[in-house]
Design a protein around this ligand. Structure first.
Ligand code: ZN
Length: 283
């Protein structure tokens, strides 16, 4: 989600903008980008922004690697910029060093990015990835756990206020490894997870990259900075200074934040960058 500075209270109608498990509006159904089966040839180019963009020359994340397994491959959303793949590999290595368990890697982008037909507004330009908090004991176990409609378990208590007993040091180490990675611009995570960490961490500086957003209680969503040399990539506005543990975080637990969204009608779809157009028609 790109229009999400903490200085502006988020509009409830914008809550679909990132990777919550809610279908995107009907206008997005049947996105032509979802019909594209393979990346384009040629050099990698990140075009536009995460919520309105595409990617040329994307690379496919391997189905398995050291410390990770890519899940729900049938969705064909396992493509991204090479820097994103390197990040996944680095997180996998850090988890492999801790024991014999695997990260479950969810959606990256479609083969040429663009709008998906379900689940996300962002993930459009190859620099976003979802990582599940629960670790898998094997690739087979990961595929079994995620083969149906149900997602791995939430790390937030049912009242939405705090960290569940499932949250542990593995989860902390994992999200901190992502936040500490200089390639990472920001991480979307449930407000209760951020608040839990704000209350527990001595050094809170690394929490700055953790951006509260509804959903994101069973997985976190990592967004890279525009990679070096990606001149067509639109960098999101910087995160405000500070660790984000104060009043702005408290707002997410207010009645105002929790009241249901009021929709004033169908939203106008943004116009995609012109450089995306050839990717839909060409090879
Ligand atoms: Zn996501």
């Amino acid at each position: 989600m790109n229009r999400h500075p903490l200085s502006t209270r988020p509009l409830a109608t914008l809550l679909l903008a990132t990777c919550i498990a809610t279908p995107v509006p009907a206008v997005a159904q049947g996105s032509p980008w979802a019909q594209v089966k393979a990346p384009s040839a040629g050099p990698t180019a990140v075009i536009g922004e995460a919520s309105n963009g595409c990617i040329a020359g994307a690379q496919s994340l391997p189905a398995e690697g050291d410390g990770y397994v890519s899940i729900r491959r049938h969705r064909n959303r396992h493509y991204g910029h090479p820097e994103l793949l390197r990040l996944v590999e680095a997180l996998g290595h850090s988890m492999a060093r801790r024991g014999n368990r695997l990260l479950m890697i969810g959606d990256l982008s479609q083969p040429r990015g663009g709008l998906m037909s379900s689940s996300h507004r962002s993930h459009q330009n190859g620099i976003d990835v979802d990582v599940w908090f629960k670790l898998a004991t094997s690739a087979g176990a990961a595929h079994r756990e995620t083969s149906g409609a149900a997602d791995p378990p939430s790390m937030v208590t049912p009242d939405g206020e705090g960290l569940s007993p499932l949250w542990g040091e593995d989860q902390r180490v994992l999200i901190k490894a992502a936040a500490d990675d200089p390639r990472v611009d920001r991480i979307f995570v449930n407000p209760a997870i951020k608040r839990g960490l704000c209350g527990r961490e001595q050094d809170k500086a690394w929490l700055r990259k953790l951006r509260p957003w509804f959903g994101h209680d069973a997985h976190f969503h990592v967004r890279l900075r525009c990679p070096p040399g990606a001149t067509q990539c639109e960098q999101q506005a910087p995160i405000p200074a500070g660790d984000g543990c104060g009043r702005d975080l408290d707002w997410w637990f207010s009645a105002e934040a929790r009241k249901p969204a009021k929709r004033s009608g169908p939203r106008a779809e943004p116009i995609m960058p012109a450089a995306c157009r050839p990717l839909l028609s060409g090879n």
